[in-house]
Write a protein that binds this ligand. Sequence first.
Ligand code: SAM
Ligand code: SF4
Ligand code: F3S
Length: 444
Amino acid sequence: MKTFFIKVFGCQMNEYDSLKVKSILESLNLKEVKDPYQADIILVDTCTVREKPENKALSFLGQFRKLKKEKNLILGIFGCVPQRIGKKIYEEMPYVDIVIGTFNYYLLPYYLEKVKKGKRVFEIWNNYKEEENKVSFYPSPPKGPISYITIQIGCNRFCSYCIVPFVRGRERSKPISLILKEIDKTLEKYPFIKEIQLLGQNIDFYKCPETKISFENALENISNYVLKKGIKRVRFVTSHPAGFSKKLIDTLYNLKEIVMPYVHLPPQSGSNKILKLMKRGYTKEEYLEKVFYLKEKIKDVSISGDFIVGFPGETEKDFEETLSLVEKVRYDQGFVFAYNPRPYTYAATFLKDNVFKEEKINRLQVLNSLISKIGYEKNKAFVGKETPVLITKIEKQDQKYLYEGRNPQNKIVIFESEKKIDFDIYKVKIKEAYPYYLKGVLNV
Ligand code: SAM
Ligand code: SF4
Ligand code: F3S
């Protein structure tokens, strides 16, 4: 049996696409392997949001050039990097057989046939076709007990620093009927799934193209549907602060039996001047008002966010406003990035990248240490308490098992036990807290 290996860089949208590619290739009777050197087909799913992941993906692919001379190997690249520079890759990396973008990976079986006939494939589309939704008819292979379902793709917001709208195309939502079918198809093949994670670039802007229902209603429909099918948890990412409504917060409250108390709500900055230059579409005050309402309604909610430091024109004072926002929100987790000018974007074209590299790194470290200090304090509040953990990883070690999972607040919880348990939810008593995880014992 022929084998394949997929390497994924980038966000959860890519994770989902790669899992779909896995499903498509398995339907061709190909088998996934964990070691790329054992594979007959190596595919790399790529990210161009910053220069770093882009370079990482290209050098990952480049390392197989030699191997290709030694054995019959198909090399392919897809996703956001070739969507941007596919022609360059096709011309400068002649050992790569397949160069496709973000809109057409569902045609991989057809492209693989072409390669088998001795052709190289270079196909970058500049827009999506409605038939991209065909991927919904393939089950979504889970990671452990969690299955990811993309319900909204692309972005229309054009934040001034961001390349995503240029490589992922216009914002579009999947019909609710199709989402439910995709879930059915997935649960049929993987009946052990316990959690569904709904994905969207800005999921709160979801709008069903058929029924016109909003994200609040879609979340309600999907949650009630999967609850009946035995699913225990639902999560969703990413929420955009401009679309994150009080109605959505009320919906989360009403669905708290199944929708977990965790929201990823990236502010990017705490300075109104910078938020305006970023074209984010909200002020710090509007952001905070939503966060405070969220915390008031859902007392045990945990919140995470993305931050960009060193955006053009960001002064020390602007940066301090970001620190002050972090103190007010008290994030459980944060992802901090140094501003990196990206082609096509407004900021790269019209604003001067005028914060020195050393200063960006300094701000990145200061913000990261504040976020982890607060995260650590919040983690310590779990010590001595019992928390329900969905097991996501199991490792056997000598006479015992090492377990890793997530609690409702999306905290990583680890524990050891001699008992063999499955990918399910168990009560764990927390004994120790660390900045990025909790350690406990199984409470049975
Ligand atoms: N749609 C989400 C939102 O609006 O919050 C974010 C999606 S973006 C793919 C992921 C993160 O990458 C952003 O939240 C931002 O912090 C970071 N990012 C995007 N463009 C960047 C750039 N040019 N430089 C540094 N970080 C960037
Ligand atoms: Fe990028 Fe802004 Fe769209 Fe998020 S909302 S993907 S940051 S353009
Ligand atoms: Fe990267 Fe593309 Fe996601 S650029 S962040 S993989 S949408």
